[in-house]
Design a protein around this ligand. Structure first.
Ligand code: FAD
Ligand code: SF4
Length: 470
């Protein structure tokens, strides 16, 4: 994969990775062994026929390769850019044991970008309308996937989105330098071309309730509202001026274009020295965004070691190349400010690794040793949690943990006509796992509506009835 040089790329928000050339793509496709029992497919949450699409690329028929991927994945230009392939398809590739796995993600991106270069996409085949209406709440990868799959089957599908533009985290979270907005726009245009209606500025739970949607003739609802609320560190000084939560910081910059203030209305505080707390994709995106806003120094403070970082490996490497400094085995204890309440430093405690926890990662333990890092901005990126607005407005909906929806493998909740998937059911996860959940839920919704059509008597049913225990 070719990349822009760190010196150039930190000065703007343009995309960092440039993709494979045609020669590189064909060469890489030729490395694939075309395994009879391909392990890579087992690692793909949406089960793309990986060897088949690679075989087509080998023959130089990139458009057919793209069509093959699109049979299972409606958003390949996005997945080719942001999926953690090293733990999914590439993590399972048989060649990993001998040398390095086939660069499946880069090949996926290559064919998707080839499609983009050809101009507007040809209209896909969609079943004739079947007369049934489904509502999808939230336009992130889970919602867009359910909506596309159902529209293809002939359903009249409407997506309701609280923000003024669709895309979920793909729009307001992941920055332009990793996922250009024009790529996202094209994928959303594709979803619309299937006949999906997208209604924006529509907060379900406030503007309209889920029950009202059912009364309006929607036969089933899919909830894909993500987990966008911030998580707090719970330490002294967290409320000082210039402490941001990553979700707010990134939304200001990505969605509201704060980097171009005052041309755009939303400002963001630009700082000289920034501490980003956390070790996931959100932390990497926040750190690299702060750098592009003009910070001289950006520190990432993470309580475990690099090995345990949940972020995509490629993004950690990119961040290092760009000059971001990492403080591993460090846990913030206090954010210190000046007499006017502005951040001046972060006091951390040095950690060491103890036994593995339930997630398999070794638990950080305090050593008692403290140190301070001088900064004038702190961005907290230690995870997200469920937003209660919608889930609390649905009577009788079973929840787990801090407000996540309980679902079975197919995305069925305990309420008969309500399905859910993505981060609101799993907690913060990945784009492709949200899409995988969306695909399974689309099949379950189709089954449910088809069975209901057969069995529904003339007598009306209550809007929300309980599913039988499974
Ligand atoms: P979301 O993408 O969160 O979308 C939910 C949508 O629902 C939002 O648009 C929201 O506005 C809307 N909504 C919420 N409540 C309501 C309501 N009541 N009514 C109507 N609409 C509502 N994953 C990767 O695989 N690779 C990455 O590189 C990666 N980087 C990330 C970087 C950042 C900064 C963040 C925050 C996450 C990243 N992730 C990454 C995780 C990934 O983006 C999420 O797991 C995924 O987007 C979850 O999809 P979703 O459809 O469940 O929800
Ligand atoms: Fe090709 Fe690797 Fe998949 Fe085998 S496991 S088919 S080598 S991509």
């Amino acid at each position: 994969m070719r990349y822009r040089t760190p010196q150039k790329r930190i000065k703007d928000f343009k995309e960092v990775a440039l993709g494979l050339t045609e020669r590189q793509a064909v060469k890489e496709a030729n490395r694939c062994l075309q395994c009879r029992k391909p392990k890579c497919v087992e690692g793909c949450p949406v089960e793309i026929d990986i060897p088949k699409f690679i075989a087509i690329v080998k023959e130089g028929d990139y458009l057919s390769g793209l069509k093959k991927i699109k049979e299972s994945n409606n958003l390949p230009a996005i997945c080719g850019r942001v999926c953690p392939q090293e733990t999914q398809c590439e993590g399972k590739c048989i060649l990993r044991k001998k040398s390095r796995p086939v660069s499946i993600g880069a090949l996926e991106r290559f064919v998707a970008d080839y499609g983009v270069s050809l101009g507007p996409m040809e209209s896909p085949k969609v079943n004739p309308p079947n007369g049934h209406k489904v509502a999808v709440i939230g336009s992130g990868p889970a919602g867009l996937t359910v909506a596309s799959d159902l529209a293809r089957l002939g359903y009249n599908t409407t997506v309701f989105e609280a923000l003024h533009e669709p895309g979920g985290v793909l729009l307001y979270g992941i920055p332009e330098f990793r996922l250009p907005k024009k790529i996202l726009q094209r994928e959303i245009d594709y979803v619309r071309s299937l006949g999906v209606k997208i209604v924006v500025n529509w907060l379900i739970g406030r503007t309209q309730t889920a029950e009202e949607l059912l009364e309006d003739g929607f036969e089933a609802i899919f909830i894909g509202v993500g987990a966008g609320s911030p998580k707090y560190m719970g330490i002294l000084g967290e409320n000082l001026n210039n402490v941001y939560f990553a979700s707010e910081f990134l939304t200001r910059v990505n969605l509201m274009k704060a980097y171009d203030f005052p041309k755009y209305d939303t400002p963001v505080k630009k700082a000289q020295k920034v501490a980003v707390i956390g070790g996931g994709n959100v932390a990497m995106d926040s750190a690299r965004t702060a750098l592009r806003l003009g910070a001289e120094k950006v520190y990432v403070i993470y309580r475990r070691t690099e090995k345990e970082m949940p972020s995509r490996h490629e993004e950690v490497e990119n961040a290092k190349e760009e000059g971001i400094e990492f403080h591993f085995l460090s846990d913030p204890r206090t954010v210190l400010g000046d007499e006017r309440g502005w951040v001046r430093s972060v006091e951390c405690e040095r950690m060491r690794l103890g036994e593995s926890d339930t997630s398999g990662r070794r638990t950080p333990e305090p050593t008692g040793e403290r140190f301070c890092i001088e900064v004038d901005q702190v961005i907290v990126a230690i995870g997200q949690s469920a937003n209660p607005i919608l889930v609390n407005s649905i009577k009788g909906l079973n929840l787990w943990g801090n407000g996540y929806i309980v679902v079975d493998k197919e995305g069925r909740t305990n309420l008969e006509r309500i399905f859910a998937g993505g981060d609101i059911t799993t907690g913060a996860a990945t784009v492709i796992s949200a899409m995988g959940a969306g695909k399974r839920a689309a099949r379950a919704i189709d089954n449910f509506i088809m069975r209901r059509r057969e069995s529904l008597q003339q007598s009306p049913e209550p809007a929300l009835s309980q599913n039988k225990p499974q």
